[in-house]
Design a protein around this ligand. Structure first.
Ligand SMILES: Cc1cc2nc3c(=O)[nH]c(=O)nc-3n(C[C@H](O)[C@H](O)[C@H](O)COP(=O)(O)O)c2cc1C
Length: 351
């Protein structure tokens, strides 16, 4: 059997605790970004660029939030082939998160369960990390959230504060109100709580305008998703990131990702795409169970835009991005398109 270097790494890594392995990988990636070369990553080409709205990614697949929480290994992930890197979730104050263990692999269903609760170094240290990183060739997303002990009343101001701090450095920002491991966070997906939050953030946005998305859970019903889409338009956001992890499972605490959420996440994305399709200022970033080029094509055909990956990267490594690029290149050749932009625009004409 022919094994790539990532398969060898994974065989060893999967024998250890997921969070310890994750932290060690981030540490190694932060010290030596060139280590990405060990996994024979994708070489990005100009014809892989994709621009949607005000955002340009040099490959249509980005790294989802939660992987590089503290913005330590951006160069490593850039060299691994991602077209954008979303750091965070960042909170105002440093916090340790929930008690360990809090990440579990479910290799039989290509899924990961996590109950982390936003462990992160806090905004100051993360800003420092970003300021000491060469971001010139990277599309950077900053995913912001609230501290566990922040009251409901103080939450809008906290998001506004974080927006103001990270907008000058980030290419886009994400209001995360969908992680299941911070008590009360998902209640900000209700209109009553979300409107004051968006008002507070938009006040800061007037001085530093940046593309802004809200990230939603796959556990919302159609009516609530419709309402969120209306708010996204009303507050002139850039759109919605769908989705975070689900709590609709029998494995215990936390949210589940990967193959397990493939269908429910795609279902939420479809509803959101239908809502936002007619508005040229809105776009949908797809995440949740995406693990191959066909998933991306299906999403594009329903009107979606950029995609992000988390769990499939754990299971397949940088080769996954290379495989997606190969499939893209095949389609470019088959349909005689010059680049991904053209492929994306004409996706409905492909099989
Ligand atoms: C261990 C772990 C930690 C995560 N942490 C965050 C986070 O801090 N903020 C966030 O918005 N999403 C977080 N996510 C959710 C992912 O960004 C993504 O939305 C979700 O896993 C679905 O994508 P996937 O199926 O490709 O993994 C996390 C997911 C996992 C598995």
């Amino acid at each position: 059997m022919c094994m790539n270097n990532y398969s060898v790494f994974k065989r060893l890594a999967f024998k250890f605790d997921p969070e310890i392995m994750h932290d060690m990988s981030i540490y190694a990636g932060s010290l030596a970004p060139r280590m990405a070369d060990l996994f024979q990553p994708l070489n990005k080409h100009e014809n892989h660029n994709l621009t949607i709205g005000d955002l340009s990614w040099n490959f249509p697949v980005g790294l989802a939030a939660g992987f590089d929480k503290n913005a330590k290994a951006i160069q490593f992930f850039d060299k691994s082939g991602f077209g954008a890197i979303e750091v965070g979730t960042i909170t105002k104050r440093r916090q340790i998160g929930n008690p360990k263990p809090r990440i579990w692999r479910h290799a039989d269903i290509n899924s990961v369960q996590n109950a982390m609760g936003f462990p992160n170094a806090g905004y100051k240290e993360i800003l420092n990390n970003l300021e000491s990183t060469d971001l010139s060739s990277v599309c950077l997303g900053a995913n912001i959230g609230k501290n566990k002990n922040t009251s409901e009343a103080k939450t809008p101001a906290e998001y506004a504060f974080l927006y103001e701090k990270f907008a000058p450095l980030a290419d886009y920002l994400v209001i995360n109100i969908s992680s299941p491991n911070t008590p009360g966070l998902r209640s900000f997906q209700s209109k009553e709580l979300l409107v004051p939050l968006l008002q507070a953030v938009n006040e800061k946005r007037a001085t530093t305008p940046k593309p802004l998305f809200i990230k939603v859970s796959p556990d919302m019903n159609q009516e609530d998703l419709n309402m969120l889409c209306e708010l996204s338009k009303e507050f002139s956001l850039s759109g919605i990131i769908a989705t975070n992890t689900t709590i609709d499972h029998d494995f215990g605490k936390g949210g589940l990702s990967g193959d397990y959420i493939r269908d429910i996440s795609a279902k939420s994305r479809k509803i959101i795409c239908e809502n936002l399709r007619e508005d040229p200022g809105q776009s949908v970033i797809g995440v949740g169970g995406i693990n191959c080029y066909q998933d991306i094509k299906d999403f594009w055909k329903m009107g979606g835009g950029f995609v992000q990956i988390y769990t499939a990267f754990i299971f397949h490594g940088p080769k996954l991005l290379k495989d997606i690029a190969k499939e893209i290149d095949k389609d470019l050749k088959k349909y005689q398109f010059q680049n991904v932009q053209e492929l994306y625009r004409n996706i409905k004409e492909t099989d």
